[in-house]
Design a protein around this ligand. Structure first.
Ligand SMILES: Cc1ncc(C[n+]2csc(CCOP(=O)(O)OP(=O)(O)O)c2C)c(N)n1
Ligand code: SF4
Ligand code: SF4
Length: 942
């Protein structure tokens, strides 16, 4: 999988060629469609002949096992690697056997060997050809001594009497018994179990649990292993202390920050060590689903023998902690073996200052396990050696120096050799600089003495604050802490419904540098708040009396508007949610007259101001939310006062897509339904554990769902059809029940215009009144109207996704929806490539652009989706670029929403996939517009 790196012995091209029979290739070619010898294939068939035609294939299925086995035998002759349809491993006289296929078989085999070496009699039958299943080969491979069998499958068939392979095994054995072909004296007991769904870990401890179960007189059937099923009680008990890692293998774990280069450096270490003929190497990389800035955990193994452990490191003898604050999670040392080596990046502190800053429970773990601790202020060493913020080479050098995989001198030589190979093209000087950095790293790497007793006064901070909702404290927080595997079945919703507004409980603190606001210089334009991709900058205006209980450090300024002497303004930065992208600083137009280059918002170190700002944010949140009726929706300056209902997403730092989504949530969030195509926006928008779609102080907010990549436009059209159906029904019921409700209110509800925010507010008031009155109406239809009364407030339906969706994979759906004439809005965040999967070209990619699948530059021009939509004549179409013209962007969103037919907005979005400096993303948008590549358009048929 993409998460594993391993050392492989490759087959030669000649070996592969020798496996291909030319006569079969020629026969296949002769069967091709060919107008020189025409025929028809794929006709429709009727009931008179279909059945018989299906039966013609039987001889082929019957022959497949023999053919596959013959090919396996030939392959063994060529390569020396032997495979069979079924391979048995373990004790030839085993009474307990696990049947399994795929990578889990390796774990099962490794565990069986371990148990047999300790006197047990167990075995593993690995299935290599599942279908067509050859009963004869199967029965010949299964030991005759077997008494109980556990069939393990990575799948779930709800409603079936067992998973597919279990049913095959039971059937094969029963048929064999009926036919007298069973080698065992009696029918073995067979149980089936599920493991490892969605690549969940499958460890030797779980294999042991299955073997233990098979030893019972009546082993549990249809079990699960690896989870805690406290609802239907299917799970087996697993001993977490059963670990069979070999001491000959160096097992290392590295905790890094997403995109900080840790994973890349580890892959490089595997290459450096794996290239040594005496070593085998393996790596697993565990990411969460944030686009960047999250934690990555690398699991590396190095050893003298081939490594057959397709699961994460269970017991590590080296642990690298590449961010000091990861220690606050409290679990980074959980898998440390006694006496393991721990390497800490102590930045921003020196190693000498680090010990007392380690939380007390972590200190206690270090002492109890007698861990050997080393520290380095890696960020400082990186800065001093001209490497900016990149600490990966420094941490890699430390690992080589202290991990004992190789003798220290040999290890350092190897790292220098690798640097030379990587940087030789860039010139002698770059190579020399990197060599100096390696030497300086070694000088700055210090052992951290571990006292006999813990000294720290720091407790582990809670994962989420105590005032978080129950679900967040009990479930989300576990996932955030990397302990989602421990959550029992009962913790989860049965239908995939999760609460909104959870990113606010996850203070990621991924940037040490954050923007600091200077009220004296600020002109209150709202530009910074508009462009912030993460919804980190908020503005409020409020009466000066509110300041009475403000913290001392709270920043405030008189509002920059004539005639409001008592009104104050605050721009509050949520520092702990900032990703440090600097877009806000780049866009700020207000400059200091005294200090060159100083603006009204400037990046600075977070730590000195963090405590004050936490208090400021707490106070800021007590200030009343703005009355939407008083906001000027037509200006960027006005919109900054609308709280974003899309906040703190895990998108890449400085992402060009998210400001559009955030703006959408500000403008229409309290009556918004979003159908989201698969892509970056479904990942940063709807991935566990925390999600950024949020709620306002009344509890209203966007309702969001993701169906598929390809059907999103139709999915969103369904939202519209449903909303319209409910609305029409509500209107019908209003008329039918008018006398009971009061004809005047009914009239107002039916006639409401619902164009401006004030109209919407008024309609909400009427609906509230309606709900009250309906309680008194005795007609049974009143309950139905009550259930759908909210639909009388106009809903805003948005169909959202990227260009890969709208131009390519979902394009027929987009076209269908545009042609429907219905009141839906389509927002395409156009990064001009498939961003979520790493930058493949789409039909939106411009001619000549280099992207994946267009390595030499795309040969065909960009499709003009705007023109295509305009050709309908009744579709609102806008092409926008927030970085180039935020005012035009705002106008387009409002016009699209106001237009009572289909709307399409194409939004230029800069992206990491463009290989740009993301800090300059807004400039890229300017350039795209100014160069004529992305002409701004607003076509309004209304
Ligand atoms: C039918 C289908 N094909 C492929 C994928 C894999 N996939 C998931 S997201 C994605 C790329 C999305 O690109 P785009 O629509 O441009 O959105 P972006 O990520 O750029 O925001 C792909 C190919 C999928 N989920 N479904
Ligand atoms: S640095 Fe980036 S994430 Fe932080 S407040 Fe500014 S724009 Fe938002
Ligand atoms: S659109 Fe680009 S920058 Fe934004 S989250 Fe996706 S990959 Fe990152």
């Amino acid at each position: 999988t993409s998460h594993e790196v391993n050392k492989l012995t490759l087959l030669t091209d000649d070996d592969m060629r020798a496996m291909i029979r030319d006569d079969l290739v020629l026969a296949h070619r002769a069967r091709a469609l060919n107008p020189d010898r025409p025929f028809i294939r794929g006709t429709a068939q009727n009931p008179d002949t279909y059945f018989q035609s299906r039966e013609t294939v039987n001889p082929f299925y019957a022959k497949v096992p023999g053919i596959v086995q013959a090919a396996m035998d030939k392959f063994a002759g060529i390569s020396g690697r032997r495979y069979n349809l079924f391979d048995y491993f373990g004790d030839p006289g085993a009474e307990r056997v696990i049947i399994i296929m795929g990578s889990g078989a390796e774990t099962a085999r490794e565990t069986a060997d371990y148990l047999n070496a300790r006197g047990e009699k167990v075995g593993v039958l690995q299935v290599r050809l599942y279908m067509p299943l050859s009963s004869s080969h199967f029965l010949a491979t299964l030991p005759a001594s077997v008494k109980s069998i556990g069939v393990l499958e990575r799948t779930k068939e709800p409603g079936a009497t067992g998973e597919p392979m279990y049913l095959e095994v039971v059937n094969t054995l029963v048929e064999a018994q009926m036919d007298g072909k069973l080698r065992a004296p009696s029918l073995p007991r067979v149980v089936g179990g599920r493991y490892g769904l969605s690549s969940k870990e499958f460890t030797p401890a779980m294999v042991k649990a299955v073997f233990d179960e098979l030893a019972k007189p009546k082993p549990k059937n249809h079990f699960t292993v690896g989870i805690n099923d406290d609802v239907t009680h299917t799970s087996l008990t697993v001993d977490p202390h059963f670990v069979i890692e070999s001491d000959k293998v160096v097992r290392a774990m590295f905790f890094g920050l997403g995109a900080d280069g840790t994973v890349g450096a580890n892959k490089n270490s595997i290459k450096i060590i794996g290239d040594d003929p005496e070593f085998f190497a393996q790596g697993y990389f565990v990411y969460d689903s944030k686009k960047s800035g999250s934690q990555t955990v690398s699991h590396l193994r190095f050893g003298p023998d081939p490594i057959q452990a397709p699961y994460l490191v269970q017991s590590a003898n080296f642990i690298g902690v590449h961010q000091f604050n990861f220690l606050d999670r409290g679990d980074v040392l959980t898998r440390a073996a006694p006496g393991a080596i721990v390497l800490l990046n102590t930045s921003p502190h020196e190693p000498e200052e680090a010990w007392d800053r380690i939380p007390r429970p972590v200190q206690e773990e270090i002492i109890a396990k007698k861990l050997e601790v080393y520290g380095i202020n890696a960020e400082k060493v990186a800065r001093d050696n001209g490497m900016g913020t990149r600490i990966n080479t420094i941490m890699q050098t430390c690992f080589f120096a202290i991990s004992k995989v190789l003798p220290r001198d040999k290890a350092i030589d190897k790292i220098k050799y690798s640097i030379k190979k990587s940087y030789a093209r860039k010139g002698e000087e770059v190579v020399r600089k990197n060599f100096v950095a390696v030497d300086n790293t070694l000088v700055n790497l210090k052992p951290i003495p571990v006292p006999a007793q813990a000294t720290s006064t720091r407790a582990l901070p809670p994962v989420v604050p105590a005032n978080a909702p129950d679900f967040v404290r009990n479930v989300t927080a576990m996932m955030m802490a990397g302990r989602g595997d421990e959550l029992p079945v009962s913790a989860f919703p049965v239908d995939g419904t999760y609460p909104s507004a959870t990113t606010k409980w996850e203070k990621r603190n991924i940037s040490n540098f954050v923007p600091i606001w200077e009220p004296e210089i600020c002109i209150q334009c709202g530009n910074c708040s508009m462009v912030c991709p993460h919804g980190v900058i908020r503005s409020k205006f409020y009466h000066q009396q509110s300041l009475e209980s403000a913290p001392k450090a709270f920043k405030t300024a008189p509002i920059d508007a004539r005639g409001f002497p008592d009104i104050r303004y605050t721009l509050q930065v949520y520092l702990e949610d900032c990703t440090g992208c600097s877009l806000c600083v780049e866009v700020c137009p207000a400059k200091s007259k005294e200090k060159v280059g100083h603006k009204a918002i400037n990046m600075a170190l977070k730590e000195p101001v963090l405590d004050d700002e936490r208090a400021n944010i707490g106070f800021f949140e007590t200030l009343p939310e703005v009355d939407r009726g008083r906001v000027d929706f037509s200006t960027v300056r006005g919109v900054q006062f609308l709280p974003p209902l899309f906040e703190f997403s895990g998108a890449c730092s400085g992402c060009g897509e998210t400001p559009y989504v955030k703006l959408l949530s500000q403008l229409f969030g309290d009556r918004l339904l979003v159908a989201n195509a698969t892509g970056c926006s479904s990942i940063y928008g709807g991935n566990q554990p925390t999600t950024p779609w949020s709620v306002n102080s009344e509890g209203r907010g966007p309702a969001w769902s993701n169906s598929l990549f390809e059907d999103n436009a139709e999915f969103g059209l369904g939202f519209r059809l449903t909303a319209d159906m409910h609305l029409n029904y509500a209107r019908e019921l209003l008329q039918a029940l008018a006398s009971g409700i009061g004809p005047e209110l009914v009239d107002d509800l039916l006639q409401a215009e619902q164009v401006s925010e004030t109209d919407i507010r008024r309609q909400r008031g009427r609906v509230a009144e309606l709900k009250q009155r309906l309680k008194e109406v005795k007609d049974p239809r009143a309950a139905h109207l009550l259930a759908i009364a909210d639909q009388l407030v106009r809903r805003s339906i948005w169909i959202v996704g990227g260009d890969g969706w709208a131009y390519d994979i979902g394009s027929s759906g987009v076209d269908h929806v545009l042609a429907s004439g219905r009141d839906v809005n389509i927002l395409v965040m156009d990064t001009e490539v498939y961003s979520n999967t790493g930058g493949q070209m789409s039909k939106s990619t411009p001619i000549g652009a280099v992207a994946k699948f267009a390595a030499a530059g795309k040969s065909v021009g960009k499709k003009d989706l705007a023109l295509q939509a305009i050709s309908y004549g009744n579709v609102y179409v806008a092409r926008i670029a927030l970085g180039a013209n935020p005012q035009q962007t705002l106008l387009a969103f409002r016009e699209a929403e106001a237009y009572r037919g289909p709307s399409l907005i194409l939004a230029y979005s800069h992206c990491i996939a463009h290989g740009i400096n993301m800090q300059r993303g807004l400039d890229q948008q300017h350039l795209a517009v100014e160069s004529g590549h992305w002409p701004l358009v607003r076509y309004n048929p209304g």
